[in-house]
Write a protein that binds this ligand. Structure first.
Ligand code: SAM
Length: 514
């Protein structure tokens, strides 16, 4: 039997939030709270040879519950970035910036000169004997490549507690060593720091390990422009899944909020998506291998049909066959693709050439309603209607048709119908395939609610039909939008959508009551 955290008496009573700390009575639980509250979370860290450390739910988690709010251990500029202010991490405006009087690093204004985050690297730069000179602001600047690593290394003296926590994180140094990226990092950071800062304070091995920690655990934080990189202590233990169960939001201050869009059962692994859930399997796998050095074997990656959606599939061109063409097995992404219905084999070089062209065309395309429609019509000759390239064009399209309520009121009928059809399709698809992409799902719900409301307005103008059912449907989606976007702050477009959604919800409720 477990024992009370205060007096060691055997007891079965445990803290109902984390299920991990035991108490013989309410008094001892209250007494222990000050110590316990730091660790009172509904998950624990476990270990496996395949995953390393990972997090497991210690109790069932309710929909929309926050499981962790965490401030960063460290915030740094991205490894590849145009010059940013080392005080606030926002981009430097070439016509409006100041130089730090002591070290010369460009800062966005006097207010940032005194910011605590800049102090350690300021002193470190001063020690090199001459000021830094940054004069080119419109391209990625090589000097900034090392600044994330420098910031981490300087924690050893400026904040030893945080440095200790950082060093506990995975660097995958052994796996990284010798790779192309590792060799490039060795030149541009590992050898550069001692030379540029004229220091012997950090040896090459420690520098390379620190680079690994940043690359394996860094999160892109979009609260600055451009986004910066932050490392979080507890959240670093979260494993990846291409169908994760946790959504990631950020507060204005850049704190991480991890929450569950759907219920999670006790003992389930907790996961986030390290990659882009909108990409197809081959792209996600390649990205994960390149950046985080592992092969994903989540249920989405192991299923060639991507949970029955045929997200990577080509259409079968055999006459009268409505089957889809996919790799014959997971090992055959780059070799044998065939039709699941008639068995026809596809030429892999043809598949690759269409995918390459579809990807390039999508990227280069001027994003207008007409171009998106043309793109979809053209590539639907070969790709299924839920292929990831077709879906990416549909995502663009639904956001371009009637971007605000006034525009939506004058959108031609066929475009409004297209918007309604595609948003419904996309919402259904991604609720299945990417259930934690809350910003995208919330935006779809908003688009759908406004398209339904506009359709209702047009129906009411033309007929005597009561639009009550349609208004109820519009209300349902705006409420769903609020659920998905509830943690978004108004630094982001989605935070503004959330505000508008609340106004629209209240108006719709009022209309429905009348
Ligand atoms: C941010 S760390 C996660 C915590 C790490 N497991 C640890 O022990 O510190 C990311 C690394 O964990 C491992 N990892 C995370 N998710 C994984 C998964 N789904 N399959 C295999 N390895 C995974 C990979 O080595 C990856 O580079």
């Amino acid at each position: 039997m477990s024992t009370c955290a205060v007096c060691d008496q055997p007891t079965k009573n445990k803290c109902s939030n984390c299920n991990q700390s035991f108490y013989c009575c309410a008094g001892h639980q209250k007494q222990h709270w000050k110590t316990h509250k730091i660790n009172c979370r509904p998950f624990k860290v476990e270990y496996s040879d395949q995953l390393g450390r990972y997090l497991v739910a210690t109790r069932s988690i309710k929909p929309f519950e926050i499981i962790l709010k965490e401030a960063p251990l460290i915030c740094t500029p991205s490894q590849v970035t145009n010059p940013v202010c080392l005080g606030c991490l926002n981009g430097i405006e070439p016509s409006d910036y100041v130089e730090c009087d002591k070290c010369g690093w460009p800062l966005c204004g006097d207010e940032c000169k005194g910011k605590a985050d800049h102090q350690a690297e300021c002193q470190f730069t001063v020690k090199r004997g001459s000021k830094v000179s940054v004069k080119e602001f419109t391209n990625p600047h090589p000097l900034y490549q090392c600044m994330g690593t420098v910031r981490c290394l300087l924690l050893a003296k400026s904040d030893p507690e945080k440095w200790k926590m950082l060093l506990k994180l995975e660097s995958l140094e052994k796996q990284r060593r010798g790779s192309m990226q590792w060799k490039a990092d060795l030149e541009s950071i590992g050898k550069f720091i001692p030379r540029f800062f004229k220091t012997t304070e950090f040896n090459e091995d420690l520098i390379m390990k620190t680079i690994g920690i940043l690359q394996i655990n860094g999160h892109e934080v979009p609260v600055t422009d451009p986004p910066h990189v932050a490392v979080f202590s507890n959240a670093s233990f979260l494993e990846h899944s291409c169908i994760p169960n946790l959504a990631k939001s950020f507060s204005k201050e850049g704190n991480l909020i991890l929450w569950a869009p759907k219920a999670i059962k006790k003992n389930t692994h907790l996961s986030i998506c390290y990659s882009d859930a909108v990409w197809g399997t081959a792209e996600r796998q390649q990205h994960l291998m390149h950046t985080k050095l592992f092969k994903c074997v989540c249920e989405r990656c192991l299923d060639i049909t991507e949970c029955g959606t045929n997200y990577d599939a080509f259409k079968c061109t055999t006459s009268n066959c409505d089957g889809v063409i996919l790799p014959s097995s997971l090992k055959e992404w780059n070799s044998a693709w065939s039709c699941s219905t008639c068995g026809a084999q596809a030429d892999i070089s043809f598949i690759k050439s269409i995918l390459e062209k579809a990807g390039k065309d999508l990227q280069a395309m001027d994003k207008t309603v007409e171009n998106c429609i043309k793109y979809i019509q053209h590539y639907e000759k070969w790709l299924t209607r839920r292929h990831y390239f077709i879906c990416q064009a549909k995502i663009q399209l639904v956001q371009l048709i009637g971007t605000d309520p006034k525009e939506l009121m004058v959108v031609p009928e066929d475009q409004l119908n297209k918007k309604l059809e595609y948003v419904k399709e996309l919402l259904e698809l991604y609720e299945n395939l990417a259930p934690c992409e809350v910003r995208m799902l919330g935006t779809f719900c908003f688009e759908l609610h406004s398209a339904i409301a506009e359709h209702t307005r047009r129906v009411a103008l033309q007929t005597t039909l009561s639009p009550k059912n349609m208004l109820e449907e519009s209300l349902l989606y705006v409420e769903k939008c609020i659920d998905y976007l509830q943690r978004e702050c108004d630094l982001f477009v989605e935070g503004h959508i959330l505000k508008q959604a609340k106004i629209n919800r209240d108006a719709l409720r009022m209309v429905l009551v009348m």
